[in-house]
Design a protein around this ligand. Structure first.
Ligand SMILES: Nc1nc2c(ncn2[C@@H]2O[C@H](COP(=O)(O)OP(=O)(O)OP(=O)(O)O)[C@@H](O)[C@H]2O)c(=O)[nH]1
Ligand SMILES: [Mg+2]
Length: 231
């Protein structure tokens, strides 16, 4: 560990409970990459409509309203690229966003949402599941969990499916601005303990706030590294 990364780790430990430890160079490269143009490519309503698997992809999954679309917007620094809303079930297609023609960010429909008709919910949830299982260029799924609530029973099904399909996934806590730093630290530790035995889960749980920007530089670095792209 260099002095610089040591300092980064100490600053994080003191200020914010972000557990990821990246060098200043990696964080800067990720900032530059995510400042490049990001565009909406397409929304797929059916599995047959998915675009060719010709660029590395990462995807954002999680309960409805957890903040998937908001997190994509925070990563690319655009408020309205992905449609975010207070109304649960906003995202009903698998939406593809291209960053700098180098990688894709994929916004999935949320699960655990009771208000749509059962048939409709099943339709867009099956689509999300099929995407997660069968995408050869999917480098990692980020499973978003509300920092105020931690893992719930409804999150077990996607984690089981990802473990069985051996799709690498990482838990990202959202809305970290809504709780106190010591509460955030406790939920990170608890969540890390809960996923320890899950074979496809990344052991580090990240914490983010799309609203305040907490953890966003680290998640950019994580995605850049996972997709093996450079700015
Ligand atoms: N305070 C705070 N609010 C947030 C944050 N991220 C998202 N929200 C709010 O949470 C609500 C839902 O956010 P979305 O990004 O639309 O959630 P989603 O997971 O895409 O929802 P679906 O598309 O319905 O699955 C919106 O009102 C956001 O403004 C955050 O980091 N902090
Ligand atoms: Mg959404």
């Amino acid at each position: 560990m260099t002095d610089e990364t040591q300092n980064n780790a100490e600053t994080h430990a003191a200020d914010t409970p972000v557990e990821a430890d990246y060098s200043a160079e990696t964080l800067e490269a990720a900032r530059v990459l995510f400042a490049r143009p990001a565009t909406f490519m397409m929304g797929a309503a059916k599995i047959e409509q998915l675009p060719a698997a010709d660029l590395p992809e990462v995807t954002f999954a999680g309960r409805s309203n957890v903040g998937k679309s908001s997190l994509i917007n925070a990563l690319v620094g655009q408020n309205h690229l992905a449609r975010a809303s207070n109304e649960p079930g906003r995202t009903r297609e698998v939406n593809f966003f291209v960053l700098d023609e180098k990688l894709r960010l994929v916004d999935l429909p949320g699960y655990g949402w009771a208000k749509a008709s059962k048939a409709e919910v099943k339709k867009f949830q099956n689509l999300g599941r099929d995407y997660l299982r069968g995408r050869p260029n999917l480098k990692r799924a980020y499973l978003l969990i509300d920092a105020r609530h931690g893992l719930k029973a409804v999150d077990n099904e996607p984690m089981d499916a990802l473990d069985v399909a051996a799709v690498s996934y990482q838990i990202v806590l959202t809305k970290a601005d809504k709780i106190k730093p010591h509460e955030l630290k406790a939920v990170i530790e608890k969540t890390q303990a809960q996923i320890r035995k899950r074979p496809a889960a990344h052991p580090v749980v990240l914490a983010t706030s799309s609203e305040k920007g907490h953890g966003i530089p680290e998640l950019r670095a994580e995605i850049m590294t996972t997709c093996a792209v450079a700015p």
